[in-house]
Design a protein around this ligand. Structure first.
Ligand code: PMV
Length: 334
């Protein structure tokens, strides 16, 4: 199955319809996985080997403003600056846009505004592709539902599958070869006291793309065989924690899921780590504070930065130890 087959299957007759409008705009939040997606059963259409569960970060994410462009090529702007057409960033985006047009028509002018650092393990591609597919839907007038948008966003980046909703989202891995059952599903529960601290220790783009790291881990790490069972345990613990607002259970499960994922990478060959010395220092600081009684946990994705997990009652304490952390309350003000 190719990406273009999935697009045709989802759009049906709408695949050949000309754009209804000259432009489309959309915002999608970034999401942080509490139980990670790590490993694919299909490389081409980003089908995961396991399900995953995330939390969306409120107003932290990307806004895409998409317009029909009458020039010879697409033009892409990121936070007001034009991005080189041959950069890996633009290539990936243009490849995605190509799925939805015929003979390179129409061309687009894409303005992306992101308030999360790009490619530093803060899921910028998740909110980028989710907002892009929503903007395409608005421009073409397809009127796709959230499930269909989630399936199409997945073709840009796996984690984008979960960025179509606020709050907690589970991405069901699905079992079908065409991936029509592999999409996000919103978990209705809210948890207003829950806080996430974005601890940026480096804004540099990651060394190895997650796609490559994932594949190398699946094919070379002796620890990877333990991962699917770990995920299924963690998913049920997280859902239990969310349903009864058991924060220590949520924090412990999320942190242990992240450290296990990174252990599978470290045991890949050649070995992979996204941690830099500052990452380890911050982890040790979290562990120290926890041993002193603070209910503080972290998670880490494909980058050196940590996301701290804690409750509203501890905001001041967390701020005093990590003054540089940006604090997000995913359920407040949504
Ligand atoms: O969506 P991708 O291909 O950037 O992969 C994301 C992988 C992790 O961020 C490490 C885990 C996750 O579930 O988001």
């Amino acid at each position: 199955m190719k990406k273009s087959d999935v697009v045709r299957a989802v759009l049906g007759d709408r695949y050949h319809v000309a754009p209804l409008h000259h432009g489309g705009q959309a915002f999608a939040p970034t999401n942080i996985a509490l139980c990670k997606y790590w490993g694919k059963r299909d490389q081409d259409i980003n089908l995961p080997l396991t399900s995953s569960l995330s939390i969306s970060l409120g107003n932290k994410g990307a806004t895409v403003d998409l317009r029909i462009h009458h020039g010879a090529h697409d033009e892409i702007f990121l936070n007001e600056y034009e991005v080189d057409r041959v950069s890996p960033f633009s290539k990936r985006l243009i490849e995605f846009l190509n799925l939805f047009r015929h003979h390179h028509e129409p061309r687009f002018s894409v303005h992306i505004k992101s308030n999360v650092p790009i490619a530093a393990g803060l899921a910028s591609s998740a909110c980028g592709f989710a907002s892009l597919i929503m903007a395409l839907d608005a421009l073409f007038g397809w009127k796709l539902d959230q499930r269909e948008l989630s399936i199409l966003a997945r073709l840009g980046s796996g984690s984008a599958t979960r960025s179509l909703w606020p709050g907690f989202v589970e991405w069901h891995s699905g079992i079908r070869g065409d991936g029509m059952d592999s999409h996000g599903v919103m978990i209705e529960e809210t948890w207003p006291e829950l806080c996430i601290g974005l601890l940026i220790v480096s804004e540099k783009a990651k060394g190895i793309p997650s796609r490559e790291a994932m594949q190398r881990t699946v094919t070379t790490s002796a620890l990877y065989s333990a991962w699917p069972a770990k995920v299924s345990r963690d998913l049920s613990l997280l859902k239990q924690a969310i349903s009864v607002c058991d924060f220590p259970l949520l924090g412990k499960t999320a942190e242990s899921n992240a450290t296990t994922m990174h252990a599978t990478m470290l045991s890949a060959w050649p070995p992979i780590t996204y941690a830099i010395p500052e990452t380890l220092l911050a982890m040790q600081q979290v562990w120290q504070l926890r041993s002193e009684g603070l209910s503080l946990y972290f998670t880490q994705d494909a980058g050196p930065n940590l996301k701290l997990l804690f409750l509203q009652k501890d905001i001041d304490t967390v701020k005093s130890h990590f003054p540089q952390a940006e604090i997000v309350q995913p359920f407040v003000g949504c």
